[in-house]
Design a protein around this ligand. Structure first.
Ligand code: CA2
Length: 155
């Protein structure tokens, strides 16, 4: 089981600015946290961050055939990007959208999420824990769906 974790613009600033919203830990801390969370449930984790919409689209496309699931924090592109939504729909891998902050309690424009329309689940406002929950959820889903798919094929 391999989970790709894809992070959007400005998340490389974690721990450097706005600690009152995003916490004091850095992107490198988040990567370590996700690798440990993956290892705890038997999942290999690949971790990415980009400030560029097109690169995020390419990463999502490259997950096809390489990942069993995607955890994505598209950051600001959550609220604007039809391209990221289309990429998630195109690969049709199980995906979970994660936000460190509680986007429902911030500015009005953060309540809109295009990318979530291509995701099976959204987790917001739980900080790093949201990533752990997403990895665990995808691992459980894959464990449940693989036997079901096999059973279907034997019918
Ligand atoms: O809460 C989240 O995880 C967000 O995806 C973060 C985005 C924001 O645009 C979304 O509405 C919610 C912003 C990421 C910027 O991260 C920073 C981290 C530290 C300092 C400055 C920005």
């Amino acid at each position: 089981m391999t989970v790709w974790i894809i992070n959007g613009p400005n998340l490389n600033m974690l721990g450097i600015r706005e600690p009152e919203i995003y916490g004091k830990e850095t992107l490198a801390d988040l990567e370590r946290f996700c690798r440990a969370a993956g290892a705890a449930c038997g999942a290999a984790v690949e971790f990415f961050q980009s400030n560029h919409e097109g690169e995020l689209v390419t990463m999502i496309q490259q997950a096809l055939g390489r990942a069993d699931g995607i955890v994505i924090n598209p950051a600001a592109y959550t609220h604007t990007s039809v391209a990221i939504l289309d990429a998630l729909k195109a690969v049709a891998l199980p995906a979970v959208e994660v936000h460190l902050s509680d986007v429902s309690r911030r500015e009005e424009f953060r309540r809109v999420s295009y990318s979530s329309l291509g995701c099976r689940k959204v987790i917001a406002g739980k900080g790093f824990e949201g990533y752990r929950e997403a990895i665990g959820w995808l691992t459980k889903l894959t464990e449940e769906e693989i036997p079901k798919e096999k059973a279907k094929r034997n019918l």
